[in-house]
Design a protein around this ligand. Structure first.
Ligand code: SAM
Length: 250
């Protein structure tokens, strides 16, 4: 009896913690939509643009009629997807921050994309809907712990058609100790001051600078994708493993 009570309390506590964290993350991103892309381009020396385009090039080989970019933010990746979509392909983009999605609607392909304000934990789509789902530089934000990350990956898996593909572009951990230390040092020294200065959001870039060094290695992420139900998982490391593209099939 006592054991059951304790486990109910601990489930509730972790749900409440999750809600508080979710609201915090939504607030952070709602403060930065105007300068978000500029800061990314400066801090990555423009590599984020190349990596996004590479991920989209791999993703669209999947073909199909329904593509979705989740945690789409200001819609850069969704916009690239729409560049490759033919007239039969519908492109969707979701995010839980209205200011970020509002910025996304202003993209050149904004009128070709269907937007939905939604938390990734409960996406407003039936099972087996999409041929392709993409996520870029947002997986760190949905990985408060391994359980939370698996829950989100399972939700993507649910709405993919059998044989559908999930493309994940995210930072990683370089295998070389020297490169990893230099990468973390760069993040520690530059991300917070430059991001805060340009965006005016100190909280946002403090959070960002903390999530990068703590995130999973490319290999660990591949294993989490497998335990979340994906059948085949492959990956491509980018710039010594500073980032990676994971390709997973349902
Ligand atoms: C770092 S930005 C990435 C945006 C975009 N994908 C890109 O490549 O620039 C993370 C985005 O994920 C969104 N996000 C974070 N947690 C979310 C959640 N639980 N549900 C929906 N969107 C979420 C944030 O609002 C933000 O727009």
């Amino acid at each position: 009896m006592l054991k059951t009570k304790i486990s109910i309390i601990s489930v509730l506590t972790s749900k409440i913690k999750g809600l508080i964290m979710n609201n915090g993350i939504r607030k952070i991103f709602s403060e930065v939509p105007k300068t978000y892309e500029l800061v990314n381009h400066i801090l990555t020396f423009g590599f984020d643009i190349l990596w996004r385009k590479k991920a989209v090039k791999i993703a669209v080989r999947q073909g199909g009629t329904h593509w979705l970019d989740v945690c789409s933010g200001t819609g850069e990746t969704a916009n690239y997807l729409a560049n490759h979509a033919n007239t039969n392909t519908k492109v969707y983009a979701t995010d839980f921050s209205l200011p970020m999605l509002t910025e996304a609607t202003k993209k050149p392909n904004g009128d070709r994309i269907q937007f939905a304000l939604s938390d990734i934990k409960q996406l407003p789509f039936p099972d087996d809907t999409f041929d392709l789902i993409t996520i870029s530089f947002a997986t760190r934000n949905i990985s408060a712990n391994r359980d939370a990350l698996e829950t989100s990956f399972r939700e993507f898996h649910r709405i993919l058609k059998p044989g559908g593909q999930f493309i994940n572009l995210e930072t990683g951990q370089p295998q070389s100790v020297i490169i990893r230390r230099l990468f973390h040092l760069f993040v520690k020294i530059f991300v917070k001051p430059i991001g805060s200065l340009i965006s005016g959001s100190s909280a946002g870039y403090t959070y960002l600078s903390q999530t990068i060094p703590r995130f999973y290695s490319t290999e660990e992420l591949a294993s989490i994708l497998k335990t979340s139900g994906f059948k085949t998982v492959t990956f491509k490391k980018l710039l010594f493993g500073i980032a990676a593209i994971h390709q997973s099939l349902k």
